[in-house]
Design a protein. Sequence first.
Length: 549
Amino acid sequence: MIMAVPMLQHFAAFSWLISLTSFFIFYTAFLSFKSNSAMALSPSNDADRDALLALKERVVEDPYGALNSWNKSLHFCNWKGVSCSQRHVNRVVALNLGNQQLAGSLPPHIGNLTFLRVILLQNNAFRGSIPQEIGRLLRLKYLNLSINTLEGEIPNNLSRCLNLRSINLMGNHLTGKVPYDLSNLALGNLISFLVSTNSLIGNIPSWLGNFSSLLKISMAENNLKGNIPNELGKLKKLEHLQLAENSLSGKVPPPIYNITSLLSLSLFQNQLHGTIPADIGQTLPNLLGLYLGCNNFTGPMPLSFPNASGLVQLDLSGNSFSGTLPLNLGSLKGVLDISLGHNPFEPQDLRFLTSLNNCSSLQALDVGNSNLRGGLPSSIGNLSSTLQILIAGQNQISGAIPSGIGNLINLTFLALQGNSIEGEIPASIAKLTMLQTFWLSGNRISGSIPSSIGNMTQLGQLYLDSNYLNGSLPRSLGNCQNLQLLILSQNFLSGVIPKEIARMPSISISFNLDHNSFTGPLPVDVGTDSNMHCILCLYSFCSCHSLSE
């Protein structure tokens, strides 16, 4: 299945995380500033210092020298990443060692830092389990252990940290179920629960719906199953709900569609079914990102999407939506990514493309395998010049490629394969100097390959197979020094294979000229480069007429 890759995946979620991280950095710096003047005249606290040294002993790699200052010649409240309290002198209240590429494990001694309010150890290489002793940190508010290689289960003792506001364990190797004991946390405190990209099993806990202050739930990319709990619909402050890439089934509970505060709803790649409410644009007016792709949703596409006027990304691809593509999506003037491909829509022409001319920020459009027919409108050249991905393959599109396509100067991926497009490749295609993948297989393209194709120096993959191309291969194709895959089979190409093409060291994935009418000697360079050892098996000599030995 061909789908557009979102250019700003989970845009709203990332913005939220950046804001939260910035707050943490300011908070820890403030704590450090307040404590510096008092600690110089105060006795040391051996328990806190020894706990920090135990952590240092467990670190086996410190490429940036983050712990170089952790020595006896400097008071531990002045160690990098350590902040102490002013009220409780020489007690550590924040540990901020994120993004330091530290490798090692977390010692149980971390539980002795009983005044800790903030732990920021994200984006390192800590392994092993999360110590149960972390449950002794009764003052802990912010816990960020994301993007490490931690294993084992989420400690149930974490439930003793009643002041927790943010739990971020994303991007680890955690297993088991979400501990039921976490339901005992103070209901009014927790604002974010982030455990995406692990190997958690079981169901989504229904008790999450009791945490009325929750702003974000992120449980994507796990092995969760079962239904989405109705109780989540009670979270009237929720802004981000990310449950993508699990094995969830059933229907989306109707109350979810009534959480007006939602900014992003990500249910991509599950086994969910049912219809999308016709008034979703009204009930979720603040929505920035809706990701429902790769499920089993049915029914027509709602016409109310433009009511969510701030919508940035819309992904409904890979479902069983019916009806026609709505023409009013052009009202979403700030939309960046529209993915509607691989749905059994009713047969329709391509007026839908014209309706998107007002989307001046559009970067990706996927309408592949969506039952489109008729010719490509000339207005395709009026799509946003910011467009980078255009997928319209596996439809019933006919007619010629409009010359205006050359206006889409920032295209990097163009897929029109599996249609009935005819005529020649327009010379204006050469304006697409940023193009990396050009997929035109399985059409009725005739004429020669334009020599101007050599201007497309960023090309990495070129699929022109199964067409009616004739003439010789342009030597200018040798200018495409990033080309890794060249498929020209099943055409009527002839003449000598230029040495400029055979000598291209970049071609390392596939070089297929099968079923053409090339003549003359086989260039000695073909197959002699070490990068091309696996290519000759794709070069069918028996189909190259009169090719000399």
